[in-house]
Design a protein around this ligand. Structure first.
Ligand code: NAD
Ligand code: MG
Length: 395
């Protein structure tokens, strides 16, 4: 894969944590001399989206919220930047000619536009892990048919991508995903029952969006990453391990049949993984913190506790059951996470809701089409919402 310079890039989810870091990396790599920004998308933060679009000279700016079309239009009046909104606007952003699409929308909302970009043959820098969790086989097939590259941005998967030598695929024994353990790594289940959303969103090492921060406290983020790794690398679920590594310095590892383990290390800064995806197959020069091993002194590891963090068990269960179970797990967790953030349910109820909805939907037919994935996703959301209403009434 060789992209022309300047590379044409589109960022889906430009106003989020990954999106803002991507714009920072673009600036570090030479700004307009290195990248032509075709389209940027956002949701509610119109001020930031307009400011970003003007700063990089984007051709198109899109808000996912149709009701904010007018606000975006007036914020960009006189700039010559085209404006669109809603689901069709997101699709237009994805379908416009760009060599590389950064998929950084959060949740299943990113699935349709990312699929469209993949089918068109763009290289995909994938942060939006929910695409692979909900629609793994369909998404991988769309990328293969489109003919573009799929480059992971999730730090664990970027680390594995960098450590996984395709010529040695026959000898790959296991993928080892590292997990920080989140803010409640040492907390008892009894204490967890009473934690507030404010405490759950404060991640010890990484600064990230709301959903992934909560997902880090429950370890649902790691659960999604197990499924993501399974589809990205075509490795069996039994060969995917999780190890808690509180310093987040080793970003993940690949174990081979000769006993060797190859790891990628770095400071916990998403810009390294983003830069790797943007420059691939070259390596960019980035102004990020360098590791000082003498100062680090030690790296710690501990086995994850699946009783306190049932999400890991649910990820394995979803892969064993197959079909739409991973999509169901993700959708139910997304709804439960929003309910927890709104103060409607407790911290432990998030996994309970996800597991109950997964159990209810074990007989659901496997999804052959993306519409079938959306149908299972919608059903899981409806059932999760019902359950949350009942929990709230009982409380
Ligand atoms: P975020 O909440 O900070 O940003 C999400 C982006 O998606 C924003 O631009 C927002 O406007 C947009 N968005 C939100 N709802 C939308 C909707 N309904 N329709 C269209 N767009 C919508 O999230 P983030 O932390 O940047 O995460 C983005 C993705 O990257 C997630 O899938 C996350 O799991 C993954 N990821 C994030 C990090 C990180 O460090 N933040 C690390 C690894 C993977
Ligand atoms: Mg990650």
């Amino acid at each position: 894969m060789k992209r022309p310079a300047p590379q044409k890039i589109t960022i889906l989810g430009a106003t989020g944590s990954i999106g803002c870091n991507t714009l920072d990396v673009i600036a570090q790599l030479g700004g307009r001399a290195a990248f032509e920004v075709e389209a940027l998308t956002g949701h509610a933060n119109i001020g930031l989206l307009a400011e970003q679009a003007k700063a990089v000279g984007a051709r198109l700016a899109v808000t996912a919220d149709e009701g904010l079309y007018g606000a975006l239009k007036s914020a960009l009046a006189g700039t010559g930047i085209a404006v669109a909104a809603g689901a069709s606007g997101l699709l237009e952003a994805a379908e416009r000619e760009a060599d590389l699409v950064m998929a950084a929308i959060v949740g299943t909302a990113g699935l349709a536009p990312t699929l469209a970009a993949a089918a068109r043959g763009a290289d995909i820098a994938l942060a939006n892990k929910e695409c692979l969790v909900s629609a793994g086989p369909l998404f991988v097939a769309a990328v293969a048919e489109g003919g573009g590259a799929l480059i992971p941005v999730d730090s664990e998967h970027s680390a594995i991508f960098q450590s996984f030598d395709e010529r040695q695929r026959h000898a790959v024994e296991r993928l080892v995903l590292t997990a920080s353990g989140g803010p409640f790594r040492k907390m008892s289940r009894e204490e967890m029952a009473h934690v507030t959303p404010e405490r759950a969103r404060a991640h010890p090492n990484w600064s990230m969006g709301l959903k992934i921060s909560i997902g880090s406290a429950t370890m649902f983020n790691k659960a999604l990453e197990m499924v993501e790794a399974h589809h990205l690398f075509g490795v069996a679920p039994e060969a995917i391990e999780v190890i808690v590594h509180p310093q987040s310095i080793i970003h993940s590892m690949v174990g081979y049949s000769d006993g060797s383990v190859i790891a990628q290390l770095g400071a916990p800064d998403m810009r390294t993984a983003i830069g790797y995806a943007l420059a691939y197959p070259r390596r960019p020069a980035l102004n990020v913190e360098r590791l000082d091993f003498a100062r680090l002194a030690r790296l710690d590891f501990e086995a994850p506790d699946e009783v306190r963090f049932p999400a890991l068990r649910l990820a394995r269960l979803s892969m064993e059951r197959g079909g739409v179970q991973s999509a169901v797990m993700n959708a139910a967790e997304e709804v439960a996470c929003a309910a927890f953030v709104a103060g409607r349910i407790g911290f432990l109820a998030m996994a309970e809701v996800a597991e109950a909805v997964m159990d209810e939907m074990t007989g659901w037919p496997p999804a052959e089409t993306i519409e079938a994935v959306f149908a299972a996703d919608a059903e899981a959301r409806r059932r999760a919402a019902d359950r949350i209403n009942r929990l709230e009434r009982a409380a």
